[in-house]
Design a protein around this ligand. Sequence first.
Ligand SMILES: [Zn+2]
Length: 338
Amino acid sequence: MDAGDLVIGVDMGGTKVLAAAVDAEGRIAAQGRIPTQAQNGPIDVVARVARLLTEIAEQAGAPNRPLAAVAIGVPGQVDDAAGLVRHAPNLPGWTDVPFAELLRARLGGEPRVVLDNDVNLAILGEHVYGVGRGLRSMIGVYVGTGIGGGLILDGQLYEGAHAAGGEIGHTVLEHKGPTCRCGGRGCVEALASRTAMERDVRALIAAGHKSDVLKLMEKHDSPHMTSSIVHRALRDGDKVMHQVFRHAQKYVGLLCANLVNTLDPQLVLIGGGLAERLGEDMVAHIREVAYEHFFSPEARKQIRIVPTQLKADAAPLGGAWLARQRLGYKPELGAPLH
Ligand SMILES: [Zn+2]
């Protein structure tokens, strides 16, 4: 093993797969993306992901430098030791899929395949190469279809006693609130995710409020209110969108305050498609609400709440770092975990 080994980090989302070959200093040497098309089943997805990885590896120096390791972030529960994707709600039909073995068989050359949660890889990426460099404790709050979280505490990725920690989306903020996909009620995910925002926008329109959001969805041939549609509607001054978005920001702010009061981190990072597009325009009101609910008055001076820096590159970069770490090499840059 040496620092020059070729590694690739992969973010496998519900709609697209992003992959990047990253050198030991955190520079992206080659990258690519394909649609996930999870509905075609794991065998098809594995074949196409393997092709993508082979192309990227070739651009980055294979076959002279064979691919040594790949780390893949999956939107769900994985068992890395067993090489399994246990359960992934955004990848229909993916239950107990032996993803690592399938991929290794396709790739040849026996590269190491590491599986983790996509949000864990994103927070790792930001911690090592992004806005969290040099910090000991930081929290990632990812607002998308759901709300996911990643925790780095005392320089370690914290996954809980049973690897089930970090499910911050199911923090209950309104115990009689709307039903959540987890079966509970009033989780922050059911109040402030993009899915919750879409539900609220549709309800206001159905109640007679004027909004162009449904027209935008039609125009972009999108069955759902994507981040880009939210962005466009906000920019166009759509009153319903503004009202719903502000409501969601409030709940994410309350979530941040609860997390800060419990964990006392140095930084809270807001990520996901909306934060990638809106940046400070999204975070400003979240911060305002959070600051109002901090227990310690000092925390306002000490704890930063900021948007993602690495955006869509965060998980591939974090994955590549993890892959290199699993090979036994600790990068010199960033803040290596201990
Ligand atoms: Zn829930």
